[in-house]
Design a protein around this ligand. Structure first.
Ligand code: PMP
Ligand code: GLU
Length: 397
């Protein structure tokens, strides 16, 4: 018997697939270097771990309200108010199993079949599939490296039609690391208000900014606030990827719909991780800053090195922990007996021969690129780039 046609059309996450392949090779004893999944290589700070252990010992091991404990929702509301200038009531906040889950909830709550969601490319791999899962239609706007991978107000205006329901904005961006300025966000906000479309603002990399500042689009004025769903979480900022806590804040009627959906599909996220997240948000923040400074330095070293290698190049990202390496100059050339004609091909031949795992740009809607994550040690970064240099010497004549 066939499975659902809709789910048949949904592909597996390429970032997680590359990471799984890397881990499998490593387990088999292959000397492979991984730049796949964007996951901080740091340990979760000790105060957060201690809070989780305390939560277990205090017996916080039962169901919580499906949208998360009131204490955590209050802590998130305070965070949004103090750090982002966003005024949400705890009832407008839903705690979920990672920001991924928050995004799916938001799209499912918003979309009717056939409604369009605008996503600028390069985009994070999961947006397209999430929109499809929610019966929507992705509408892609292309950006260019020359324009720092940013779309223009004109492009947004042109993409909007009667079926448009929302725009997904991701600043700082995965995979490009670009950060929209306040002025740019104001222009985007004006267009969204004028056409009455929602903005799903994925701010998961908010704390990992090396140039410029993070502005939450919802904080710009009341009209855009009414149309914004703000998504964030602790995976990246607090090195808590495995704990699976993300959060969404939305206008009351949307928050209610998301909460209803989650109450049936998942109930509450892990009670112990919720308690630990309160400590992450309210406890000392110095570990976050330490990690940011390490990422900042890796970013500079890695970019410099890539740009010193013939045939590849990159722009210095302003945030997150990814570098999009331009490989278009390698297209049509042959290495280890294989012609490079796509980012998938490059990633495959590079992994096979140099034993370095990078994510092909195809999944991000950017086939001329591969993504390197610098959420890995300086030692790995040096080794990976040494291997890249060596790999490129093996061009078939
Ligand atoms: N948004 C973006 C842009 C991401 O890169 C990720 C990566 N994990 C997420 C959301 C989801 O994060 P999580 O589910 O771990 O909170
Ligand atoms: N968001 C990270 C990435 O892009 C983690 C993997 C995933 O969730 O897709 O690599």
């Amino acid at each position: 018997m066939n499975i659902s046609q809709k789910i048949q059309s949904v592909s597996a996450s390429p970032t997680l697939a590359i990471d799984a392949k890397y881990k499998e090779m490593k387990a088999q004893g292959v000397d492979v270097v991984g730049f796949g999944a964007g996951e901080p290589d740091f340990e979760t700070p000790q105060n957060i771990k201690d809070a989780a252990i305390k939560a277990i010992n205090d017996g916080l091991t039962r169901y919580t309200p499906a949208s998360g404990t009131l204490d955590l929702r209050k802590a998130v509301a305070e965070k949004f108010k103090n750090e982002n200038g966003l005024c949400y009531e705890p009832t407008q906040i839903i705690i979920s199993n990672g920001a991924k889950h928050s995004l799916v909830n938001a799209l499912m709550a918003l979309l009717n079949p056939g409604e369009e969601v605008i996503i600028p490319a390069p985009f994070w791999v999961s947006y397209i599939e999430m929109i499809k899962i929610a019966d929507g239609v992705p509408h892609i706007i292309e950006t260019s490296e020359e324009n720092n991978f940013k779309f223009t107000p004109n492009q947004l205006e042109e993409a909007i039609n009667e079926k448009t329901k929302a725009l997904i904005l991701n600043s700082p961006s995965n995979p490009t690391g670009m950060v929209y300025t306040k002025e740019e966000l104001e222009e985007i906000a004006n267009i969204c208000v004028k056409h009455d479309i929602y903005v799903i603002s994925d701010e998961i990399y908010e704390k990992l900014i090396y140039e410029g500042e993070h502005i939450s689009i919802g904080s710009l004025n009341d009209e855009i606030m009414k149309r914004t769903i703000t998504i964030n979480g602790v995976s990246k900022s607090y090195a808590m990827t495995g704990w699976r806590i993300g959060f969404a804040a939305a206008p009351a009627h949307i928050a209610k719909a998301m909460a209803n959906l989650q109450s049936h599909a998942a109930s509450n996220p892990n009670s112990i991780a919720q308690a630990a997240t309160i400590e992450a948000l309210k406890g000392p923040q110095d570990e976050v800053e330490k990690m940011r400074l390490v990422f900042a330095q890796r970013r500079i070293n890695m970019c410099k090195r890539i740009n010193s290698i013939d045939g590849v190049s990159c722009k210095e990202p302003q945030g997150a922990f990814y570098i999009m390496m331009n490989i278009t100059k390698l297209f049509g050339r042959s290495f280890y007996g294989q012609v490079i004609d796509s980012s998938d091909k490059f990633a495959e031949v590079f992994l096979e021969n140099a034993k370095v795992a990078v994510v092909p740009g195809s999944g991000f809607g950017a086939d001329g690129y591969v993504r390197w994550s610098y959420a890995t040690s300086e030692e790995n970064i040096n080794e990976g780039l040494n291997r890249l240099e060596e790999f490129l010497k093996h061009e078939d004549k």
